[in-house]
Each structure stands twice: as C-alpha cells, then as structure tokens.
Design a protein around this ligand. Structure first.
Ligand SMILES: C[S@@+](CC[C@H](N)C(=O)[O-])C[C@H]1O[C@@H](n2cnc3c(N)ncnc32)[C@H](O)[C@@H]1O
Length: 348
C-alpha cells in the first residue's frame, strides 16, 4: 500500500488523496456505461461470466469492475458472484427517466478525457485544449464526428430534461407569443416550455449537427403545429421578430468576444418589448469549499478545457449584456435546477 494510503487509512475517503485520485471512480463509471452493464443487469445477466460473454470483456477483470461498482454504490452483490443494480446504478440505463448514461459516455469519452489531460496547457496559455489536441473547436469537432454529436446532444438533453421542469416552474412563458431557443439542441427545453404555455409558438435554432434530432422529439411531443426547427449559425443571425430568446448553456461555451457576438445577434432579432433569457450558472463572487461551489468551479474548468468558455458571476453577465445593448433585469435561482439560474434581460 502506498505510504499516503496508509496515512489516510482505508476508511478515510475525503481529503487530499481523494482529490488526487478523483479520476478513478469516473473511469470506473465510464467503463460500466460503455459496456452497457446497467441494461444487461436489468435483463438478468448478473454474473461476471455471463456479462463477460455479452460484452466480450475479460471475465476476471469484469468481476473486479463489478466489485468496484459495488464499492461506489452502483450495484449490490446480492449473493456471492451475483450483482444487481441499485437505484443509483439505474441511472446508467439507457432510455429511463433520469438516465445519465450519455453524460457518463460524454464526460468519460475520448474528447473530454484528452482535453482534461491538457488542462495545464489551457491554464498556461488561456487556449481551449480542443485546439492543440484536435486542431479545431468543440462544435467543429461535433460536426465532423456524428457519433460524438449524438452522445453530446443526448447528454445535454439528460441535464435539460430535469432543468426544463425547474425553468417552467419558475417563469411565466404564457406572456410571450413567439420564442426562439437559440442553440436549442434537440428541443428538450422548447418542448417543455411549449407544453407549459399552450398559446406560444417556438423555434429550435441550432447548427445542423445540434438540432438534427429535434424534429423527431417535437413530433413525439405532439408539437409540430407550434414548433419549427431552423438550422443556422448564431454568429451570423438568429430568427427575427420573436418576443423571447432563450439560451440554455450556450453563453458559457464562449469567451467574452463570442458571447457578446451571440447576444448581439439576439439583440438585432428581438422585438422592442421582448426578453432575453439565459439559463446558466451564476458564479459566486467568492468561492467557498462547499459541494455547490465545487461543482460550479469544476464545470468552469470544463468550459476552459473544452469549448474555451467560462462560467460567470452576475457582474460579468451584466457587463456582457451591456456590451450587446441589453440590461439585466433579474436573476431567478432555479430550485431543483442543478445549480442553474434563469437570467432575464431586456433590450435597451
Ligand atoms: C452546450 S449545448 C446546449 C444545448 C441546449 N441548449 C441544452 O442546454 O440542452 C450548446 C449548443 O449550441 C449549439 N451551437 C454551437 N455553435 C453554434 C452556432 N455557431 N450556431 C448555432 N448553434 C450553435 C450547439 O450545437 C449546442 O446544441
């Protein structure tokens, strides 16, 4: 056992060593997601030998992986050598409410892993790791790698499904006639908003690789009469004349220059009495050692390494808005919104 491990003791999961080795559980969860273990376990394939046959894995090593998953609370060893999913592990199943399988595939996938591996480069230079690692930005990469785009869009939707409930609970969308979800991905947020405001019409605006799945999702939600899917580039222009423009997890993808450019596109398009709505994390002015702040700070590092964006404080959002001729009106923290807030601004 390494010296450090002896000093902290096996029963001391917290502390510096837990931070140093923090990537290990993430890799274990990613391996389980890639192998599709959760769906197999539910289908009754519940021993290392049978799971190894289904997945083509090495049975003794898979047994060790299952034991690691048991230590993380994702499976239970119900009798020697037999495993069952726990409620936490159930979230690694595909297509169940609350599934986080695509998030596990995305954060544990090659692109995220290699870019986080180059975090030091980003800190030294300010350059998103996507450039030195892949020679292109995140969304160029997704356009060139359709399989990765499918996982990315589905992972975004896994977060957005939960957040969408919090957004419609916190804000009255019935006051608007037409809304554009800019960078709206597969339409998960727009579908929830239109369901909450029956008189409202909406557009999911995104790159072709971003909103390819939106027509299917909106049709399944019975919203084809009120929802349109439009492909385009928000640096060029966004659909004109709506009274609400909502952007969830879009502005944090960019540096200040890109973010102001996107907001200016919205400013050109919005009607005079319209409202701009961002769904983003609002960073505290001063960081504390708390789980909530830690989560925001880690996602800020993710933005630095991958798309080259950032999480921002309220003052930083206010400054972005002013540069694009909007004024911040209010910030509504979203209970049950995973640390996100709804930020409302008006054109000036
Ligand atoms: C982090 S995702 C957020 C997706 C969605 N709003 C959500 O929260 O689930 C950012 C979105 O911006 C889109 N995007 C990136 N660059 C874009 C561009 N130049 N024009 C339009 N959309 C773009 C991406 O395709 C992606 O769907």
């Amino acid at each position: 056992m390494p010296q450090a491990m002896q000093e902290t003791g096996a029963a001391a999961p917290a502390g510096l060593l837990a931070l140093i080795t923090g990537f290990m559980p993430a890799r274990v969860v990613h391996a389980a997601a890639e192998l599709g273990l959760a769906d197999l376990l539910v289908a009754g394939v519940n021993t290392a030998a049978s799971l190894a046959r289904e997945t083509g894995a090495h049975a003794p090593s898979l047994h060790r992986l299952l034991r690691a998953l048991a230590s993380l609370g994702l499976v239970d060893e119900t009798e020697p050598g037999r495993f069952a999913l726990t409620p936490l592990g159930t979230q690694l199943r595909r297509d169940v409410p609350g599934s986080q399988r695509n998030l596990a595939l995305m954060f544990g996938g090659e692109r995220s892993w290699r870019c986080w591996g180059a975090l030091l480069h980003s800190v030294r230079t300010g350059e998103a790791a996507m450039q030195p690692v892949y020679g292109m930005g995140s969304f160029e990469y997704l356009a060139a790698h359709p399989d990765a785009a499918v996982v990315f869009n589905a992972a975004m939707a896994e977060i957005t499904r939960q957040v969408a409930r919090a957004v419609v609970a916190a804000y009255d969308f019935a006051r608007f006639r037409r809304i554009v979800d800019v960078g709206g991905g597969n339409g998960t947020l727009l579908a929830a908003i239109l369901a909450a405001a029956p008189g409202l019409r909406g557009i999911v605006f995104d790159l072709p690789a971003g909103n390819a799945e939106a027509p299917r999702l909106l049709a399944a939600a019975g919203l084809t009469q009120r929802a349109e899917v439009v492909a385009g580039d928000f640096f060029q222009a966004v659909p004109e004349g709506a009274d609400a423009y909502i952007l969830k997890s879009v502005i944090h993808d960019g540096d200040d220059g890109d973010s102001i450019a996107i907001l200016k596109s919205c400013r050109k398009a919005i009607v005079k009495a319209g409202r701009l709505l961002l769904v983003e994390r609002v960073m505290p002015e001063r960081m504390e050692a708390s789980p909530a702040h830690q989560r925001m700070a880690m996602l800020d590092m993710n933005m630095l390494a991958l798309p080259g964006g950032r999480e921002r404080t309220e003052a930083e959002y206010r400054a972005l808005f002013e540069a694009a001729r909007f004024a911040l009106e209010r910030v509504l923290p979203l209970p049950e919104g995973g640390g996100l807030s709804l930020i409302e601004a008006a054109p000036i």
